[in-house]
Design a protein around this ligand. Structure first.
Ligand code: IVH
Length: 656
């Protein structure tokens, strides 16, 4: 508590010193300690309103900027780009351009670098000054930092005077190297660059290997240049680092949009990007279009909702599945992909760790395979840690694990992790579809010992559900009803829900069709099973070895009221967007193979067509689609009620 003017003055000086140290990247105290002192100063001022000091941090931001200010040309302030997220946003951008510009325009497409904006001035061919963007009108002089970048020429081959603007960034490789050398790791390349520029000592920049790419030229002298593309070519000729190989010219916004899709298909450039920038190519149009207070009107940043994202692996831990197989799961720093936050990614098996060489600390690219299941696509910048060792014990019941081919298996059938996984599968959408019975409730049912076996699910009462965390009476009642509603499954659904190794939806359906009743299946042997299409020696033996367990579990379920229906008595499959529709898929889909996509359509009651005709109902247009897409558009234009879906729309229909 500050009680006198001397303590008040001292506290102000202390706060100013803290802020200075913070800005220089060497904080003296924690944020909390700063806030506490700041609040004390504020309290003193409230009690002594006539004695508030002019330099109090509550009155002004303490002037801590030790960098020299730099005034940007008032005719070309360093302002921002407007964002576009969808194809419609791009069309609207094009329409706005065409309203102002009568002459034909073309578009340039280039990567949007995710770093820190910089303006570099050359006078008569010599690098004179470099400055940050600051507030757009005034930035900080950072010439000494920028001079540390080897690949930025300090002298140009011609005595031209120009300003060039670009982005300071760090490549993944340099960022990784830096982290390997640092005691406390930096969180990401962009923040590291920003922090480096706040250091007064340019030696820090030298050690951090900053990179620069110039994306705009504003020459005062030199040849007449009339397009952005030609400008980038000229800057490249002057030896300036540009992204010329990744700058493409497009006759229309539609063509630029196709180019954007291409861009996002490509592997990483080795540094972080944040979408693409689409710019009007004709420089005369830039002047005519001008700017708003915040952004230029001649360019737009296109940032589609991420299909892939970069994140860091924090740990790799085994997860025990319903058959006891241990699957490595990568825990990653939460990252949004298509609006869904990914935190855990299954790695399929331990060979996958070896194949992708994944280890904690790696920066990885994640996507949602088939737009649903999180998947690690690649390691973009590996950590130097060793690969995680193979587990030797089950993480849940501590049984010694067995090596079973490529798999590691917990041999304890009573392992609670296996029971939980079996219940989760049993209740899942493709199995018995018990609404509301997810892993969180299953964990509690098992942990509180309400459920020891599958059949126990059918005896949990509303009151018992209500004793679980977060379950009110209404949802408890709904759960009991949902469970009771699963007591007459078809044989195929039941077999799938049992989760026997090797028995997925297709084999389950096949077994049900062939045997018609559970008793007939229970009485079979390996020889008879091998007769069936697609069932080989190994699977037949695996199924037969599971029959005693299947008999026991089904007897227990029978005892609590389950009655399995033969397939002929099955209920009709529910209506889907594909029911009785002929679907043609053309082009490449981002996250699904053609075969998988077709199988999913068939599963959802659709048919697959190979050619587009009046009889086609839906055409799915993927990447690089050719004549089929055009035919569909032509038929649609001629009034044929054909529905055309892009990749994203198609995927969204699959998960309905
Ligand atoms: S052109 C607005 N091209 O994005 C003035 N900017 O959100 C014209 N950026 O401050 C900018 N890559 O730092 C342009 N290829 C690129 C870019 C790019 C990254 C940054 C730039 C700008 C910010 C706007």
């Amino acid at each position: 508590m500050i009680t006198n003017p001397l303590a008040y003055t001292e506290a102000i000086h202390q706060l100013i010193a803290y802020t200075l140290a913070y800005e220089l990247g060497t904080p003296m105290v924690s944020d909390a300690a700063y806030d506490q002192l700041y609040q004390q100063v504020k309290l003193y001022e409230r009690n002594n309103p006539t004695h508030i000091a002019e330099n109090s941090p509550t009155q002004t931001f303490p002037h801590t900027n030790l960098f020299q200010p730099f005034q940007h040309d008032p005719n070309t302030p360093m302002i921002s780009l407007a964002n576009a997220y969808t194809r419609d946003d791009l069309t609207a951008f094009d329409t706005r351009i065409k309203k102002t510009i009568q002459a034909p325009v073309t578009y340039c497409l280039e990567p949007k670098l995710d770093g820190v904006a910089v303006s570099v001035h050359y006078e008569a061919g010599r690098l004179r000054v470099a400055a940050t963007r600051g507030n757009g009108s005034q930035g900080d002089v950072i010439t000494a930092h920028v001079r540390t970048i080897d690949h930025l020429p300090k002298t140009l081959p011609e005595p031209v005077t120009l300003e060039c603007r670009g982005e300071l960034f760090m490549t993944h490789a340099d960022f990784h190297d830096l982290n390997a050398r640092s005691d406390t790791p930096f969180s990401n390349p962009r923040n590291t660059v920003a922090g480096t520029l706040r250091q007064l000592d340019p030696a820090v920049s030298q050690g951090r290997n900053l990179s620069i790419i110039i994306y705009q030229g504003l020459p005062k002298t030199g040849p007449a240049i009339d397009t952005h593309h030609a400008m980038i070519q000229w800057l490249t000729k002057l030896g300036l680092p540009t992204n010329l190989p990744h700058v493409s010219v497009h006759p229309t916004i539609e063509s630029a949009y196709v180019g954007v899709q291409d861009f996002f298909q490509h592997a990483s450039l080795g540094y972080d990007t944040d979408g693409c920038v689409i710019k009007v190519n004709e420089l005369a149009a830039h002047a005519e279009l001008g700017r708003t207070a915040k952004s230029v009107r001649w360019a737009v940043a296109y940032k589609p909702v991420a299909k892939r994202a970069l994140t860091t692996v924090t740990a790799i831990e085994p997860q025990v599945g319903r058959t006891g197989v241990l699957t490595p799961v990568a825990h990653v720093e939460p990252v949004a992909v298509q609006g869904v936050v990914i935190q855990r990614v299954s790695l399929y098996n331990y060979d996958e760790i070896e194949r992708l060489r994944i280890r904690p600390g790696d920066r990885v690219e994640v996507a949602r395979a088939g737009d649903v299941i999180p998947k690690i696509m690649a390691v973009v910048s590996p950590s130097s840690d060793p690969l995680p060792p193979l587990p030797t014990q089950c993480p849940v019941c501590s049984s010694d694990v067995l090596h079973d081919g490529a798999a590691l298996r917990c041999p304890n059938v009573g392992c609670l992790a296996q029971l939980k996984a079996r219940l989760t599968h049993y209740a899942s959408r493709d199995a018995l579809a018990i609404d509301g019975l997810g892993p969180a409730i299953i964990d509690q049912l098992v942990d509180t010992q309400l459920v020891h076996r599958l059949c126990d699910l059918y005896t949990v009462s509303v009151d018992q559900f209500m004793q679980l965390d977060k379950l009110a009476e209404k949802s408890s009642r709904q759960l009991v009803d949902a469970i009771a509603a699963t007591q007459t499954p078809t044989l195929g659904t039941f077999l799938y829900a049992m989760g026997l190794p090797g028995v997925g939806a297709t084999v389950a359906r096949q077994l049900a069709q062939h045997f018609q009743t559970l008793d007939a299946l229970l009485a079979t042997d390996a020889e008879s099973l091998i007769e069936l299409d697609g069932i080989g020696d190994r699977l037949a033996n695996a199924i037969v070895s599971q029959l005693p367990t299947l008999r026991q579990v089904s007897d227990e379920l029978y005892a609590v009221g389950m009655r399995i229906q033969s397939p002929t008595a099955s209920t009709p499959t529910p209506e889907t967007p594909f029911t009785n529709k002929t679907v043609v898929i053309t082009g490449t889909l981002a996250t699904l193979s053609r075969k998988d996509a077709e199988a999913m359509v068939l599963n959802l009651g659709g048919q697959i067509g190979q050619t587009v005709s009046k009889k086609t109902d839906i055409v799915v247009v993927g990447e690089s689609a050719g004549s089929k897409a055009k035919k569909a558009a032509d038929l649609q234009a001629a009034g044929v009620p054909i529905v055309i879906w892009d990749d994203a729309t198609f995927c969204s229909k699959l998960t309905r």
